[in-house]
Design a binder for this molecule. Sequence first.
Ligand SMILES: NC(=O)c1ccc[n+]([C@@H]2O[C@H](COP(=O)([O-])OP(=O)(O)OC[C@H]3O[C@@H](n4cnc5c(N)ncnc54)[C@H](OP(=O)(O)O)[C@@H]3O)[C@@H](O)[C@H]2O)c1
Length: 200
Amino acid sequence: MKILIIGGNGTIGRKVSERLSEKHSILIAGRNSGDVNVDFSSSDSIKSMFESIGKVDAIVSIAGDAKWDKFEHLSEEDFYIGIKSKLMGQVNVVRLGKDYLNEGGSITLSTGILADEPVDMTTSAAMVNGGIHSFVKAVALELKNGIRINAVCSDLVEDSYEKYKDYFPGNTPVPMHKIVNGYLKSVEGKINGQIIRILA
Ligand SMILES: NC(=O)c1ccc[n+]([C@@H]2O[C@H](COP(=O)([O-])OP(=O)(O)OC[C@H]3O[C@@H](n4cnc5c(N)ncnc54)[C@H](OP(=O)(O)O)[C@@H]3O)[C@@H](O)[C@H]2O)c1
């Protein structure tokens, strides 16, 4: 398969890219790195990316930011950071990317544990993750040409543990290979409309 991985050079993305490249042809997209540049918070940038690469068999998105802060400090603009990047960035990848998928193709989005188990300072990040879950379940009912969609919802990964451990007291981080397997399940399997939860 020809697979586009947005965020394919990130902490999780690089391991997913390595694994998928064993059997497939991989194209990596990132803001500043990869085979093609995209800022997926802009629809125009997403369109240019797809116009330059043409049709693919699978699209994997492993990117997206949201602002972490105490609820009382988050402004309306702060909430829009997560809405424009992680939420609408991924929604727009589906909205525009479906027309660049071959029949029977798949889309895999990324969310995270905060959707189900928020911690302090994550009202924005948790909200965005939960929104993507609802979007995936709903859009799976409407995508045509045999196109499947799933989201991989991971717990804190081992490789990010040092950076985030103080935000997740008592959390047991997930080994990277378990998270990579979640992406494989979506891309190479047949499941559709699923939230693939990867916990330690
Ligand atoms: N790390 C974890 O423990 C964990 C757990 C659960 C969920 N997640 C979620 O998984 C996703 C990836 O996490 P990560 O830790 O691998 O992140 P990361 O190391 O920061 O990597 C993010 C990647 O996404 C790309 N990217 C970021 N913003 C982009 C944009 N607007 N347009 C296009 N590409 C963009 C970056 O490209 P450039 O480097 O070129 O800028 C980078 O390759 C995030 O949404 C995160 O919330 C992470």
